[in-house]
Design a protein around this ligand. Structure first.
Ligand code: NI
Length: 157
C-alpha cells in the first residue's frame, strides 16, 4: 500500500474520461488500497482514481469516517437541488458554490464485483456528484451555480 501523488488542476489527465473496470483482480485491489491511504492522508471526503492519474472508473467516498468503494458508479436517481460550497483535492485552497441535486441514488459495484445501491443527501449527494463527475473529466468549477465564482479558502490547507 502506498500514498500516491494527487494530480492538480493544470494536469490534462483530469480532463480525460475514465474507462470501465472489467477485471476485479489484484491490480484493482492494490489501486483501491492505495486510494484509501491517499484519501485518509489528504483528509478529503472523496477521491477518484483519475486524481492519482489512473483512468479507471473507481471512486472512494468517506462518510462519517466510513470509506465506501464505488466501482463503475452511476447516478440512477436525482431529486431536488442545492447550492452549497464545494472544494477538490485537485484544486487546493479554493472553493465555489455548485448547483447539485439535493439527493441522489448511486448504483456501483464493490470490490467483489457485486452491484450495490447508495443514497446520499446534502453533503453526501454533492460528494457523489463531484466524484462521479471526475470520471467524465469534469471538475466542480464546471458545475458552479449561476453567478458564482471560485474563491480562495484556507479550508483545504
Ligand atoms: Ni475533486
Amino acid at each position: 500500500m502506498a500514498i500516491r501523488n494527487i494530480r492538480t488542476e493544470e494536469d490534462p489527465v483530469l480532463r480525460k474520461v475514465s474507462r470501465k473496470v472489467e477485471n476485479f483482480d489484484d491490480r484493482l485491489f492494490l489501486l483501491l488500497d492505495d486510494m484509501r491511504d491517499t484519501l485518509i492522508k489528504s483528509q478529503g471526503i472523496g477521491l477518484a482514481a483519475v486524481q492519482i492519474g489512473i483512468l479507471r472508473r473507481v471512486v472512494l467516498v468517506k462518510f462519517n469516517d466510513k470509506i465506501i468503494e464505488l466501482i463503475n458508479p452511476e447516478i440512477i436517481e436525482r431529486e431536488g437541488s442545492q447550492v452549497e460550497a464545494e472544494g477538490c483535492l485537485s484544486i487546493p485552497h479554493k472553493a465555489g458554490k455548485t448547483l447539485r441535486p439535493k439527493s441522489v441514488t448511486v448504483r456501483a459495484q464493490n470490490r467483489n464485483g457485486n452491484w450495490c445501491i447508495y443514497k446520499g443527501t446534502d453533503l453526501e449527494a454533492r460528494c457523489f456528484c463531484h466524484e462521479l463527475d471526475h470520471l467524465d473529466g469534469k471538475l466542480y468549477i464546471d458545475a458552479l451555480a449561476p453567478g458564482e465564482k471560485v474563491y480562495f479558502t484556507r479550508d483545504y490547507d
